[in-house]
Write a protein that binds this ligand. Structure first.
Ligand code: BES
Ligand code: MN
Ligand code: ZN
Length: 480
């Protein structure tokens, strides 16, 4: 369907355990019993001897009578199982499947709600099986998981979830690609190709058009780079009358900090800085592919942030699309500058709701770590983001936008400055900055700086790019 680079297994539902599966993953509760429909006998005494306690994420290999492998997958206490527990168990199955190409699992038997269970299993196994497939000199691994049979799976939920997994992995591929390769132009090209395949309308503005449209924030950040910027607009329209949700993404394909140059260690992962863009683009692609009945428009402001003789200086003043002037005191606070323009464009089109996603602040990691993203904005939409994130296993936590902090952005020479002089609450200050460009309607800002890119794998999240936000946005819009 969508990806041409990604390497994700294909899922199928079945009533019985298929005979040709090389590995069968079976749920085991903490009392070392299995649910009805587990599909294999479990030797509890052996599991106990191996100190297997049935915790989510725990695994023990058992040899079946016919020589195939059964993996006992811990799912926790019977009756207390969450979708996250199941997602984690399925991820363990995918990681422990070894050289198997075809695995089957009866994990869905552990949870009464079949659609919820199906989704958790497909997400857990599909996302954990991901391997970066984008490097031109790297052959796709010849030993990998190709097919997963979900015994007792729900067909409709399975196909929908597979699409969510595929686009999430495509988002990961884009983020994982080296920044010299994935430039703003390349991001626009990949997006255009994928959008055409999926029937999503696409419009790309080049640097001349961006100038003609007065996108001063995007132009300012792009001024230091030899790579030209791009503004990408995508549209999935189904009902002329229905509400239109606008998604806005930060697309910094590499963030050196500009003249406010980052130290080397902080720069090493800065190809991740278009993680928000990858999430919103792949979310609209996914929504179109599942046939979502909600209108969606997507805006991505893409550029590098580089230092050079033509780069903006600390002290420069930029005029954003909505006419507000910004004193740039730190060129490393560039995400908010490009988002200012993209948010303004969404407001101009009378968006019924605006959701932006951005790897915006290092302070987000300080506040919440890399397992929880930050969300700010209007109460209704923030609540929807948190609910959608919970459903798909991407936790979000709300940070406030106190009016009293807004004066920290007051400037002597412009409508606002791009940083505060007080080194505190960096994620909130960034949110307050964006609020100036987000209009008066429902708006949510997703700061995914830390969870977008990990230095070690965790459950269904792989090392490097995670695609964080893609599935939350799909779930949010789908259940609008
Ligand atoms: N892209 C960074 C934020 C970031 C940090 C993303 C770590 C992922 C991991 C952003 O452009 C940035 O540099 N923010 C500055 C803002 C500061 C200058 C006010 C930061 O967080 O230090
Ligand atoms: Mn920066
Ligand atoms: Zn950045």
């Amino acid at each position: 369907m969508i990806p041409d680079l990604t390497v994700t297994p294909s899922f199928a539902a079945a009533a019985e355990v298929p005979a040709d599966a090389e590995v069968l993953g079976v749920p085991v509760f903490s009392d070392l019993t299995t649910p009805a429909g587990a599909g294999a006998e479990i030797d509890a005494a052996y599991l106990r001897q191996r100190r297997f306690e049935g915790k989510p994420g725990q695994v023990q290999a058992l040899m079946a009578d016919d020589g195939s492998t059964v993996l006992a997958l811990g799912v926790g206490e019977r009756g207390k199982l969450s979708a996250d527990d199941l997602r984690r168990a399925a991820a363990t199955l995918a990681r422990q499947a070894g050289a198997a190409r075809h695995v089957a699992t009866t994990l869905t038997a552990a949870l009464d709600d079949r659609p919820v269970a199906t989704r958790a299993v497909v997400e857990g196994a599909g996302l954990a099986a991901y391997r970066y497939g984008g490097a031109p000199n790297r052959k796709k691994e010849n030993v990998r998981l190709e097919a997963v049979t979900v015994v007792g799976g729900d067909d409709a939920e399975l196909s929908r979830t597979q699409i969510g997994v595929d686009v999430t992995c495509q988002a990961r591929d884009w983020v994982n690609r080296p920044p010299r390769d994935l430039t703003p132009r390349e991001l626009a090209r990949l997006t255009t190709e994928a959008a055409r395949r999926t029937g999503v309308k696409v419009d790309v503005w080049d640097e001349k058009r961006i100038e003609a449209e007065r996108l001063g924030g995007l132009l300012g950040v792009a001024a230091g780079s030899d790579e030209p910027p791009r503004l990408i607009r995508l549209e999935h329209t189904v009902a002329k009358k229905g509400p239109t949700v606008h998604l806005v993404g930060k697309g910094i394909t590499f963030d050196s900090g500009g003249l406010s140059l980052k130290p080397p260690a902080s720069m090493m992962t800065m190809k991740c800085d278009m993680g928000g863009a990858a999430a919103v683009i792949n979310a609209i692609l996914g929504l179109a592919a599942i046939g979502s009945q909600v209108n969606v428009v997507c805006w991505v402001a893409a550029t590098e942030n580089m230092p050079s003789g033509t780069a903006i200086h600390p002290g420069d003043v930029l005029t954003a699309r909505n006419g507000k002037t910004i004193e740039v005191l730190n060129t490393d606070a560039e995400g908010r500058l490009v988002l200012a323009d993209a948010l303004s464009l969404a407001v101009e089109e009378n968006a019924d709701a605006i959701i932006d996603a951005a790897t915006l602040t290092g302070a987000q990691r300080v506040a919440l770590g890399d397992g929880v993203a930050a969300v700010m904005g209007t109460a209704d939409l923030v609540g929807k983001v948190i609910a959608a994130g919970t459903a798909v296993g991407e936790p979000f936590w709300e940070l406030p936008l106190p009016k009293a902090y807004r004066k920290q952005l007051d400037s002597d020479v412009a409508d606002l400055k791009n940083i505060s002089s007080i080194p505190a609450a960096g994620s909130i200050i960034a949110g307050l900055f964006l609020q100036e460009f987000a209009g008066d309607g429902p708006w949510a800002h997703l700061d995914i700086a830390a969870p977008a890119y990990l230095d070690s794998e965790d459950g269904w999240l792989t090392k490097g790019a995670t695609g964080w936000g893609t599935r939350t946005l799909i779930e949010l819009v789908r259940s609008w």
